[in-house]
Design a protein around this ligand. Structure first.
Ligand SMILES: Cc1cc2nc3c(=O)[nH]c(=O)nc-3n(C[C@H](O)[C@H](O)[C@H](O)COP(=O)(O)OP(=O)(O)OC[C@H]3O[C@@H](n4cnc5c(N)ncnc54)[C@H](O)[C@@H]3O)c2cc1C
Length: 592
């Protein structure tokens, strides 16, 4: 029986999953993979039990530290006793298995915890998140039993805090170009040299996951576990930053550090894969944090709008203020849906969720920045004052589109990963056509696959299973995605045919494609969630459906603009303006 919003149980979403398939990749083929989208996943019973207590404890503790958090932001430092309190609350053991003394939370529950801490203070979430999402994640994903036994208990208690050391002065987005290197010694150990920059928790960590170039295999990157206490390891001063100021950020240097053979993490030469797996797996933490921040902003701005009277009434009664409150809510609902759908994929062993992870990160990180702008605008003068938290949220959220992969790189990643499979199918088709007389069976397989894709592109999705069971609002939203996904597939085909492999250099076009795919993915997650809520939540369910409908309409307008832009655009002129300014190095006009 097909699983639908109507017959969903908590386990139904996991039962339906096609683990070897990616929703995002299907989108580029004009296909909506219903099995991996419906029904919307529900939180596991065990997580629900744990979460209640943790969320309350976070509210109680961070709620009581309001003044101190402002102080840490001003001074740019979380004092040792604050970190100690986080330890005592168990916040460093969130994702570490119970057998090592941790709480063993799922990815979804972990994201929910970071949402709660971020609703009070993003810098605290970065301290906790840099430890779990990226600092020790490599050990969980790739560590040997002995490595886990050695380190996880200390990491769970927070006796050791973890950090992730990838970025260098010459290697930011181009992470594969790291210069830090490790030379194998005759006894099998390694000699590590180099310097990492902007490392979150760099100055308070005892455990570093370090990426270094190793000899052999063409000097590929390898991941290592390095302890801060080992001779030759040092860190710089705490950087003075725009936002998340309390979170510790330093350089970390390695000077002839002797790294034992047993400290190699994963396989030699496979460090880039390790780094990407960590970042992909960790993205729910960042997304959850963004959602928590948005919820706090919506609450603050709503209170402000109700309290503040102008022209004889609360500003909450003015359409332009109400529009901001509604849009923040829509953005938050969509981001939350996308992040928890991603957590569901990770928790249920979907093989490749890297595109969905990138999409959720881009959407959530930009949604919270829009929410910061609009909530500060509602508070207006008050919003500009340090006495109120809007300016801190604004500064704190800015980092989210920079670290763990910039949003530019992630948009390109989304588009290029989607195109890769379409490209493979098209070139498969070309080869098949060329050799069809020599190898008709092979040729037939490829052609029929292509034909069925084409058929799906025109026949739509789910009309028999999901679509007919949705409310009219959600049916309309579904129709919008049904139409738009075909346009994404057609646009992908067209770009590949026009540019071939050269499409990788067409960044303006790739951005359009990435944005279409992001709108589709996050919108479908919201549609799925609204479909479940409509049934389960009689009070707010209809509003959830309305939100999913409004987002679909907004997404449709953006998608239509992007599709048009792929055919007709000013890219050449934009390139030309940029070229001129880059050449002269400044804005060349003045009215003088
Ligand atoms: C507060 C903070 C904490 C951090 N924590 C950590 C940490 O714990 N561990 C760690 O390893 N790193 C950390 N980082 C580093 C962070 O991940 C990098 O800043 C990020 O990867 C971007 O690198 P970059 O700043 O060198 O920017 P660059 O790579 O120099 O990029 C500059 C700009 O160019 C764009 N760009 C670059 N290449 C392309 C391209 N091919 N196409 C289009 N646009 C492009 C970028 O999107 C960006 O807008 C942290 C950074 C900060 C600020």
């Amino acid at each position: 029986m097909a699983v639908t919003p109507q017959n969903a149980t908590p386990a139904a979403a996991a039962d339906a999953l096609q683990r070897e398939q990616s929703v995002a990749k299907h989108l580029f083929f004009g296909d909506i993979l219903e099995e991996n989208l419906f029904p919307f996943p529900q939180i596991r019973a065990k997580d629900r039990e744990n979460l209640g207590a943790i969320v309350d404890a976070i509210d109680e503790f961070l709620g009581s530290k309001k003044k101190e958090i402002v102080e840490y932001d001003r001074k740019g430092e979380q004092p040792a006793e604050y970190i100690q309190a986080l330890r005592e609350m168990g916040l460093f053991g969130l994702i570490i298995g119970e057998e090592y003394g941790g709480l063993g939370l799922s990815n979804g529950a972990y994201a929910r915890v970071l949402a709660q801490s971020s609703s009070h203070d993003s810098a605290t979430s970065v301290t906790v998140g840099a430890h779990s999402s990226i600092g020790l994640k490599g050990l969980i994903l790739f560590g040997t039993a002995a490595q886990k036994q050695q380190y996880l208990p200390k990491l769970a208690s927070g006796e050791m805090i973890a950090a992730f050391c990838l970025t260098e002065s010459g290697a930011g987005s181009d992470a594969a170009s790291v210069k830090t290197h490790a030379k194998k010694q005759p006894d099998g150990s390694w000699l590590l040299n180099g310097e990492k920059i902007w490392i979150s928790n760099g100055g308070i960590a005892g455990f570093y996951t370090v990426f270094a170039r190793t000899e052999g295999e063409g000097g590929k990157m390898t991941a290592f576990i390095v302890e801060a206490a080992w001779p030759g390891v040092s860190h710089g001063h705490h950087e003075d930053k725009l936002g998340i100021r309390g979170s510790n950020t330093t350089t970390v240097a390695f000077n002839d550090v002797r790294v034992p053979a047993e400290a190699l993490l994963g396989e030699e030469g496979k460090g880039f894969k390790v780094a990407m797996a960590i970042l992909n797996n960790g993205r729910t933490g960042l997304g959850g944090g963004a959602v928590g921040g948005m919820k706090a902003l919506i609450k603050l701005a709503t209170q402000q709008a109700k309290d503040r009277k102008q022209f004889g009434k609360p500003i909450a009664e003015f359409g332009l203020v109400r529009e901001k409150i509604a849009q923040m809510t829509i953005d938050c609902f969509v981001a939350e849906s996308a992040v928890w759908m991603l957590a569901h994929y990770i928790d249920n062993d979907v093989e490749d969720y890297s595109i969905e992870a990138a999409m959720s990160k881009v959407f959530a990180s930009e949604a919270i920045q829009r929410a910061c702008y609009e909530s500060l605008q509602i508070a207006a003068g008050n919003g500009f004052m340090k006495e109120f938290p809007y300016e801190r949220y604004t500064r704190d959220s800015r980092i989210l589109s920079i670290f763990e992969g910039t949003n530019e790189i992630l948009r390109l990643y989304v588009a290029l990963s989607g195109l890769k499979d379409v490209g493979a199918s098209l070139s498969g088709l070309r080869n098949a056509v060329a050799s069809i007389f020599n190898d008709p069976i092979k040729g037939f397989g490829v052609l029929s696959g292509y034909a069925s894709r084409r058929a799906r592109q025109t026949s739509g999705w789910g009309t028999d299973k999901i679509l007919t069971q949705l409310s009219p609002d959600l049916q309309k939203a579904a129709k919008i995605y049904e139409k738009s996904v075909v346009e994404l597939a057609n646009a992908s085909d067209a770009l590949l045919k026009k540019y071939g492999k050269g499409v990788t250099d067409q960044q303006h076009q790739l951005k359009r494609l990435g944005d279409i795919a992001i709108d589709l993915y996050v919108g479908l997650c919201a549609l799925s969630r609204a479909a479940s809520l409509e049934k389960a939540d009689k009070v707010n369910g209809a509003q959830a459906a309305s939100i999913a409908y409004v987002f679909a309409k907004q997404a449709r307008r953006r998608i239509a603009r992007n599709v048009r832009g792929i055919g007709v655009n000013e890219d050449a002129r934009i390139e030309s303006v940029a070229g001129m300014i880059v050449d002269v190095g400044k804005y060349p006009w003045d009215v003088l």
